[in-house]
Design a binder for this molecule. Structure first.
Ligand SMILES: C[S@@+](CC[C@H](N)C(=O)[O-])C[C@H]1O[C@@H](n2cnc3c(N)ncnc32)[C@H](O)[C@@H]1O
Ligand code: SF4
Length: 387
């Protein structure tokens, strides 16, 4: 397996908890953030040493700070973490360094400071541009904050700005989605992620749903919202390079392509997941346990699992088929030492016969008309390799 060239860093703090969100994030005071940054710096040193022992000093092509809300850290805390990264890793001259941010959470000074550190791409969680809906899902920002944040990021020198949108929200209609897409286009951003709401166990929405208080759009209505969003973005020059992701030319998120191409990546921070040397690992989620382990000189890993060759091939399909480029036969054979059709031939033929998969001889890809049933397509590959 090649050396990892990507690093994910998790920042688990939020100003408040959105009603739908089960990401590992906590609402805390400022002291907890400093304790966390101190531990994170220590974890990164240990992670880098382990990686160096195997691969020598590695060069990073992409870094992604996700959360939570990474822009809740102070500029000094960012500088601390950035210094650590530069100390232990080479950075590619063409580095893509993304941070997630909440609209309204980053002021001009922080944004300029981030650019100086080397962060060159920013992704704001807009979700929708309807203020009533934003309140209904527990967001702290309003639609005007999104426009302001995009403008502030540009003024600070961010040329690459992305917005997250959500569809299938309670009370959302196709016209809300059309309005959101129009506002996104007007904002001039070069990348859009669009996620269908998932009601995750343990969230406020899950409790409301159990009590019968959460009314969601019908499946067909959500499919119409997705199609409206998809067709408008494509007609305006965006390329749908992944089921939930749209980009202008050369603007795809290179960091996320690492995941979908099943390539290795490093991860640091509470609850972060990494994939190195054929092993997937997951860090402990709780902040106190995380900090205690890192401070005592142990990697804060909760679980690590060696991925078998068959599982790696299944992962390659489940992840790669999310991409419009699909899964290519030659690289698959070179990487996994087995022909795609030898392992998955029967499932592929059946899906091609139904018209769900396209096969041009070099590669297979999901027909975009069947993206709404992608989960069913993925399911037909689970366990196939072992049969
Ligand atoms: C970690 S959050 C983004 C950063 C930032 N904390 C924010 O929310 O603005 C990543 C994105 O995942 C999406 N997301 C989170 N929970 C989701 C859920 N339950 N269903 C669908 N999308 C979700 C949202 O679009 C969110 O912007
Ligand atoms: S701001 Fe983002 S990470 Fe935080 S609770 Fe909301 S969706 Fe989750």
């Amino acid at each position: 397996m090649p050396a990892p060239r990507s690093l994910y860093v998790h920042i688990p703090f939020c100003g408040s908890k959105c009603f739908y969100c089960d990401f590992n994030s906590y609402v805390t005071g400022t002291a907890a953030r400093q304790t966390y940054v101190d531990a994170l710096v220590k974890e990164m040193a240990m992670l880098a040493q382990d990686v160096q022992a195997r691969y020598g000093r590695v060069q990073l092509d992409t870094i992604f700070f996700g959360g939570g809300t990474p822009t809740l850290l102070s500029l000094e805390q960012w500088q601390d973490v950035a210094r650590t990264i530069r100390c232990y890793f080479e950075l590619s001259p063409d580095l893509e360094w993304t941070t997630e941010a909440n609209p309204g959470s980053a002021d001009r000074e922080l944004l300029s400071g981030l650019r100086e550190i080397g962060v060159n791409r920013i992704s704001f969680g807009a979700q929708t541009f309807n203020d009533t809906l934003l309140q209904a899902i527990g967001r702290m920002h309003d639609a005007s904050d999104v426009d302001k944040s995009v403008r502030a990021a540009r003024a600070a020198g961010f040329e690459r700005v992305s917005l997250d949108l959500m569809i299938g929200l309670p009370g959302q209609t196709a016209s809300d989605v059309e309005d959101a897409v129009a506002r996104v286009l007007h904002s001039g951003v070069s990348h859009v992620s669009a996620y269908g709401l998932k009601v995750e166990p343990g969230t406020t929405f899950a409790k409301w749903q159990a009590a019968g208080h959460l009314v969601l759009p019908e499946e067909d209505d959500e499919a119409d919202m997705y199609e409206a969003l998809r067709s408008t973005l494509i007609s305006q020059g965006f390329h749908q390079y992944e089921i939930s992701n749209f980009a202008r030319e050369d603007e795809a998120a290179r960091h996320n392509l690492t995941y979908w191409r099943n390539l290795p990546y490093l991860a640091a921070g509470a609850g972060a997941h990494g994939y190195v040397a054929g092993t997937r690992y997951e860090n402990v989620r709780a902040l106190d346990v995380y900090a205690r382990l890192a401070e005592s000189g142990s990697r804060p890993v909760a679980e690590s699992t060696a991925v078998s060759p068959l599982e790696a091939m299944e992962d390659a399909l489940m992840l790669g088929l999310r991409l419009s480029e699909g899964v290519k036969r030659d690289p698959f054979l070179r990487r996994y030492g087995a022909a795609l059709d030898e392992v998955f031939g029967r499932a592929i033929r059946s899906l091609v016969d139904r018209g769900w998969l396209l096969d041009d001889g070099d590669r297979i890809a999901i027909d975009p008309a069947y993206y709404p049933v992608a989960n069913e397509i993925f399911a037909s590959f689970i366990g196939v390799a072992a049969r």
